[in-house]
Ligand binder design. Structure first.
Ligand code: SAH
Ligand code: SF4
Ligand code: F3S
Length: 454
């Protein structure tokens, strides 16, 4: 059997797309391998969001070139596909910079992978077709779902019309498109029937979802979540990534009304200064963001909030940065991703004359991350002593242990005796390590057994 190695960079959309590509290629007779050396076909599913992410791809391609030459000496052919957002952004330029690449395919064209591979060297597809690409991809097969575990991503929306001035996504993923409710429900049923317990709805702007409902009218994300909560077998729902502008009343109310919707919200704010937020074209102020957070916390007081930050956006002054630090202290996030601003070709902010020096960016990032990390640790320590439901997902760190996630997406290790992956068990949180919690689950006889943190 021919073998394919797929590596994904970037966001969850790419993780989901990689699974869909694996499905298409399985229908073409490719089995998956975790080792690139054994691969007849290498697919790099790339990310263009920051310069580092995009450059990583070229160093990886350098390594693959050496491997391809070695395999050629042994008479074995290796095909290389460059997929994802770098493919979309750079197109034919990739063949020039990295001749090792055979095929370039953008995120909206994966259904055409088999045809592109048959066309061979130099084949490229970076179109944005009008219809749902997922319709043209093979339906999810139970055995393949099972092999991926009890949690799954489900793309409900793709693309973005927001055009934040720093961001490449509107160019690499195209305009905002929602899938129909019927297709999403069908996919959710397939996942649940194959043992999936938790579905994370994904989209670049997931809460801008407006897919066509069975009645022909557009449904909001809140309404979709209500319908998904009825799917037998699905115990947990999550969604990511949201934009503050699209946190509507129905979605906030879902956090109050739907027990299946986990008390967790990733809501990127990027900055705490109104001047910078305006320059970023985020179209909300810092106080508007604070008010949204208040409303979500009123609906679901225990909600864990996480966010994304950019430091050193063009024109960011010390005072602007202090406003970000104040927002962080006000909200106290349970976790966050933070980045130095990276100028991206083709985006308006990249052309600004007001670029912030690298040293200033580094200093601000370090200060911000110190506070974000302190708040993350405080959140985790705050759960010690509480009993939380944990969905067991996989083998744990030590023999006999199982690992799973709390509603707040914290990883917990417990003693696995008498438990199975897919179980949701009440776990008393005993200790918080830097990346994992350790907990005790009641044994079949009702006594509590502790997982060792050693
Ligand atoms: N759709 C989401 C985010 C998508 S990109 C939203 O609207 O927030 C994920 C994160 O990468 C962003 O939230 C932002 O923090 C970061 N990011 C995007 N472009 C960037 C750039 N040019 N430089 C640094 N960070 C960037
Ligand atoms: Fe990028 Fe802004 Fe769209 Fe998010 S909302 S994907 S940051 S343009
Ligand atoms: Fe990266 Fe594309 Fe996702 S640029 S973050 S892989 S949408």
């Amino acid at each position: 059997m021919k073998k394919v190695f797929i590596k994904s960079y970037g966001c969850q959309m790419n993780v989901y797309d990689a699974e869909r590509m694996a499905d298409v290629l399985a229908a073409e007779g490719y089995g998956q391998t975790g080792s690139v050396e054994n691969a007849d076909l290498v697919v790099l599913n790339t990310c263009h969001i920051r310069e580092k992410a995009a450059e990583k791809v070229y160093s990886e391609l350098g390594r693959i070139r050496v491997m391809k030459e070695e395999r050629a000496l042994e008479g074995r052919e290796t095909k290389v596909v460059l997929a994802g957002c770098v493919a979309q952004a750079e197109g034919r330029e990739i063949f020039r910079r990295a001749p090792v690449v055979d095929v370039v395919v953008g995120p909206q064209s994966y259904q055409n992978l088999p045809a592109l591979l048959r066309a061979g060297r130099g084949a490229l597809d970076t179109e944005f077709p009008a219809d749902d690409k997922f319709d043209a991809l093979p339906a999810l097969e139970p055995a393949r779902i099972k092999s991926r575990g009890v949690t799954a991503f489900l793309t409900v929306q793709e693309g973005c019309d927001k055009f934040c001035t720093f961001c490449v996504v509107p160019y690499t993923r195209g305009a905002e498109v929602s899938r129909s409710v019927a297709r999403i429900l069908d996919e959710a049923h397939r996942l649940a029937d194959a043992g999936v317990r938790e579905i994370t709805l994904i989209g670049q702007n997931v809460n801008a979802f407006h897919g066509e409902g069975p009645d022909g009218s557009p449904w909001s994300l809140g309404r979709l979540l209500h319908a998904l909560a009825e799917v037998p077998g699905i115990a947990r729902l999550r969604y990511t990534t949201s934009h503050p502008r699209d946190m509507d009343e129905e979605l906030i109310a879902a956090h109050r009304d739907l027990p299946a919707l986990m008390p967790y919200l990733h809501l990127p704010v990027q900055a705490g200064s109104d001047r910078i937020l305006a320059a970023m074209n985020r179209r909300h102020t810092a106080d508007e963001y604070r008010r949204i957070i208040d409303r979500v916390r009123t609906a679901r007081p225990d909600v864990a909030l996480t966010s994304d930050f950019i430091v050193g956006f063009p024109g960011e002054s010390d005072a602007d940065f202090e406003a970000t630090m104040r927002l962080v202290e006000d909200v106290r996030f349970a976790g966050a991703f933070s980045f130095k601003y990276s100028p991206r070709p083709g985006t308006p902010a990249a052309d600004s004359a007001d670029q912030v020096p690298e040293a200033v960016k580094s200093e601000r990032l370090a200060r911000l991350q110190e506070r974000l990390e302190a708040h993350r640790q405080a959140f985790n320590h705050g759960t010690v002593g509480r009993t939380l439901d944990v969905l067991l997902e996989k083998a744990g760190r030590h023999p006999g242990q199982l690992a799973g996630k709390t509603p707040y997406l914290q990883m917990v290790q417990i003693d696995g005796a008498g438990r199975a992956v897919g179980d949701i068990v009440p776990v008393r949180i005993g200790a918080a390590g830097s990346n994992s919690l350790f907990g005790e689950a009641p044994a079949a006889d009702g006594t509590w057994t502790e997982a060792s943190a050693a």
